[in-house]
Design a binder for this molecule. Structure first.
Ligand code: LLP
Length: 434
């Protein structure tokens, strides 16, 4: 998807703009988001699911949340998944319709819950017994009834990185299904007179390629809907199957079509609804990475180089784990090209180092590129998700700017941090000021 190509100069172009010009104008490192790509991704999921019936696609804003992109998700008719007061605040300030906001998290604070209630968040996805009681109590104090879902841990293993798989039983998230916690949770929720249980939610992990995992999880959830009906006489209105749709980062990644995901989930829901004589719930899905990820690239400028004879050539860029912690954190792999030599043949194998003071700050190991020289612009692909969102000021590096590109125009949507921003919250006690 999106608008990337190689232009007449042999440079990478995105959103109708030469990436080398973007780097010159806005400096590097730079996050670049292709508006058309982001919008197309929203549409692909929305269309895929709505083709099968009553559904709502909500954008998982944890993958990339800022005013402009939350606003665009709204324009595309998506709902929003938020996981913190900060993400709620962003939605609010972007003018997002709060009734289409779903609030997740395994340890929402009292303040965050109050904020969610005051701002009129559509669904609070309750994670555990403690929160169920806490929320019911806060609602009674505020005299406000709230629509909720319960997060269920279905006990489904998805094949992905240990840290981002969440459906297995031994997880910090949710009411576990196999041991009876889930049914107990539903029973308790029905007793909470300030809470209105709309349905159940599960999320089996992230960067998933096997649609069989989603089919399996959906089946398990629908089996449980039947149990809830049999045991408690309740037919739930909604089913939220979470996010996790995988994208291409590196060779070997084979993403499916959103239509495959829609088919896996929606057909399973329908089959099970028929089998158990249940009404079709409204289905919600929460893609994050698959919407923001492929729409983003990061531009860096190449600086120093070091060769360990016969072993490896290191070339360093002006960013690294501060703007993209994923390689250091998960061993995540990325592909990249030289934006100013996009039409040049491959000449050498190098490893791309970040500039942070630790050996683990390596963005890409062993990548084939044209001859790499200082001043070249490296473009790393698929950095829209969980890059800016997980960025830090480690080593007191200011965060890069983010620009939105579309039809030859570029607009800053997140300003580059300054050194003043870096010390903004520092306080020098009076006694140290001489
Ligand atoms: N819904 C829930 C309840 C989630 O926990 C998540 C992601 C999503 C939706 C969106 O998943 P997506 O479609 O983006 O895969 N930082 C990690 C990813 C953590 C995902 C956490 N939950 C990474 O960089 O790979």
């Amino acid at each position: 998807t999106g608008t990337m190509r190689i232009n007449e100069k042999g440079h990478l172009e995105i959103g109708g703009i030469d990436a080398v010009e973007l780097a010159a104008e806005f400096k590097t490192p730079l996050w670049v988001i292709d508006e058309q790509g982001f919008r197309e991704n929203c549409r692909r999921f929305k269309e895929a699911f709505s083709a099968y019936g009553d559904s709502l696609v909500i954008y998982a804003s944890k993958s990339l949340s800022c005013l402009a992109l939350v606003k665009i998700a709204e324009e595309e008719g998506l709902g929003l998944d938020v996981v913190s007061g900060g993400e709620i605040f962003t939605a609010l300030k972007a003018g997002f319709p709060m009734d289409k906001v779903f609030f997740h998290g395994n340890n929402k604070s009292r303040e965050e819950l109050v904020m969610a209630l005051e701002t009129g968040v559509g669904r609070i996805v309750v994670d555990n017994f403690y929160e169920l009681e806490l929320l019911n109590h806060i609602c009674s104090e505020m005299g406000k009834k709230q629509d909720i879902m319960l997060r269920i841990t279905p006990g489904v293993e998805a094949h992905t990185h240990e840290y981002i798989k969440t459906g297995q039983i031994d997880s910090k998230f949710g009411f576990t299904l196999p041991d009876g916690q889930a049914l107990e949770g539903v029973r308790m929720a029905l007793d909470c007179k300030w809470l209105n249980l709309k349905g159940l939610h599960c999320h089996i992990g992230s960067q998933i390629f096997e649609m069989a995992s989603f089919r399996h999880a959906t089946g398990v959830m629908m089996d449980f809907y039947a149990t809830v009906k049999n045991e408690l006489g309740l037919e739930l209105d909604e089913l939220d199957m979470g996010g996790g749709f995988g994208i291409f980062y590196y060779k070997g990644d084979e993403p499916c079509d959103p239509k495959d995901w829609a088919e896996a989930v929606m057909l399973t829901v329908r089959e099970k609804a028929d089998e158990y004589n249940l009404k079709m719930p409204r289905v919600i899905v929460e893609p994050g990475r698959a919407i923001s990820g492929p729409a983003g690239i990061t531009l860096y400028t190449i600086g120093s180089r070091k060769e360990v004879k016969g072993i490896r050539k290191y070339v360093a860029v002006d960013g690294g784990m501060g703007d993209n912690p994923r390689p250091a954190l998960y061993g995540a792999k990325y592909t990249a090209i030289l934006a100013n030599k996009a039409d040049k043949p491959v000449r050498e194998k190098v490893s791309i180092a970040g500039k942070c003071c630790e050996s683990g700050d390596m963005l890409i190991w062993d990548i084939e590129l044209p001859t790499v020289e200082p001043g070249d612009i490296l473009a790393v692909f698929a950095t829209g998700a969980y890059n800016y969102a997980m960025s830090s000021n480690y080593n007191r590096l200011p965060r890069p700017a983010m620009v939105l590109v579309n039809e030859g125009k570029a607009e800053v949507i997140v300003k580059r941090e300054t050194y003043e921003d870096i010390i903004r919250n520092d306080v020098l006690p009076e006694r140290l000021r001489k």
